[in-house]
Design a protein around this ligand. Sequence first.
Ligand code: ADP
Length: 371
Amino acid sequence: MTLYPQLILDALKNVRYPGTGKDLVEMGMVEDNIRIDGMNVTFSLLFEKPNDPFIRSVVKAAETAILTYVSPEVNIKGNITVKARQLARPEPDKLLPQVKNIIAVSSGKGGVGKSTVAANLAVALAGMGYKVGLLDADIFGPSQPKMFHVEEARPYMVEVDGRELIEPIENYGVKMLSIGFFVNKEDAILWRGAMASNALKQLIGDANWGELDYFLIDLPPGTSDIHLTMVQTLAITGAIVVSTPQEVALADARKGISMFTGEKVNVPVLGLIENMSWFTPAELPENRYYLFGKEGCRRLAEELDIPLLGQIPIVQSICEGGDQGEPVALNPETMTGAAFRELAENLVGQIDYRNAHLAPTERVHVTKGGH
Ligand code: ADP
């Protein structure tokens, strides 16, 4: 018997792609490269995604169809190659193409001031003249609406180039969206990983962020599915890790750092930020009381060979600023405002340095320590 491509195609018309009622030829899944060499047949099947759950069963069914409808003599087993239309990792730069730098703000544990730092850093960067966006991705305690005094705000939809997009809320020169605008706090905590991840993807991809110099993401504390989703969805420039100088916090910060630098995530750590470094009473600005130990983050930063981007003291006004929705960074002439301004300058400097000196693919690796 002489084989020719149409015979193979006719056989493949008997194989339906699950759930569609259509056959493989109709679906355009058979690539136009059927090669025949005696009884040897090879070709490729094109799937939408590399992790299509039906790859194995469809390939098996295609083999069976050829053996049944063409001839049991055809040598087809193992000759069908599988290709995917989509890349395994989404092209991250297609999302937020107008955003220059995406910074993940994280912490090993809760309550160390990650959200406070994210809010003040955003305000400080805006104060320096940059275009800044902030996504509150902390589903366990979305606090940015309060910190920006926009708790009552409800984002509306706008049409941009024929697409309906969520318009971020803007205050203090920062465009901001929070999961807290869309669900109440009690419900957010109950969200399963996938639900939260999908909601966050929408707040990134379906929002009118426009052109930004810095896009900060206030991540949930610790390590979670959300972190993985974010790094898979976005081309993150780097992560910054907030910790207090306390030993227990440092241990968790270390875990957070190794997650970012690990194989699976592979995001450079731009630096550590020490929060609650010392207590300074407003009336005695020269006095420093090291409540949580001294220079803990500096030691960790040196050990892991990552920059310490800033030290923020414990000051009542920082806490009050958060509660009242007026971040202290709005006033860079105050002691606390200046601390956040310096932090913002160091972060910008660190990113500029990396852009100038490192190839885009180069990553900061933790050389010592680890777990
Ligand atoms: P996280 O996001 O890590 O859970 P938050 O930013 O919500 O932490 O901060 C926890 C609490 O500590 C808040 O009440 C905040 O106002 C307060 N806080 C954070 N940093 C400081 C600081 N440097 N000085 C005083 N209070 C602070």
